[in-house]
Design a protein around this ligand. Sequence first.
Ligand code: HEC
Length: 147
Amino acid sequence: MKQTSILLAALLSFAAFSAQASVSNAETMIMIYSKQAKQANPDYTGPTVADGKAFFNRKIKLGKGKETACASCHTANPANSGKHIVTGKAIKPLSPAVNPKRFADFEKVEAKFTQHCNDIIGSDCTAAEKASYITYLLTEQTPSIKK
Ligand code: HEC
């Protein structure tokens, strides 16, 4: 855990809002989550874009609710603006390359993961899922034209 706090300190020193800073913050978060995943499972081989993409688009039905995926609100392209499926409110793009305010604050990211994963999956996401998810987000840098 000690090393995690060193990483966190490094992370917080990147607080400036620029796309470059948020991309390097996101990369630091991938390192933190990968380390946690490795601690949970020594056979863990690291995050992949494919796992992150599958996780993001995976539709889950909870109880009597509708099938929902992360993509339901954040759209299938995380470089696009999303739309909240319940409130209809616009959501700024998740991709840190497009939206420099994303992945700026580790506490906020943790809180959102816990909240959204519980809402969508019914439990918190694993560190491995979070690492792959952010790895995937970093590859999505080009907003597509909205229909
Ligand atoms: C019901 C709509 C909805 C769904 C479904 C949803 N989200 Fe979100 N998400 C939001 C909104 C709204 C925000 C923006 C909050 C803000 O801008 O501060 C957000 C922001 C986030 C952030 C914050 C990033 C940052 O640094 O600002 C993360 C991480 C996140 N979502 C992950 C997920 C994951 C993982 C899933 C799927 C398990 C998911 N979300 C599904 C609505 C949703």
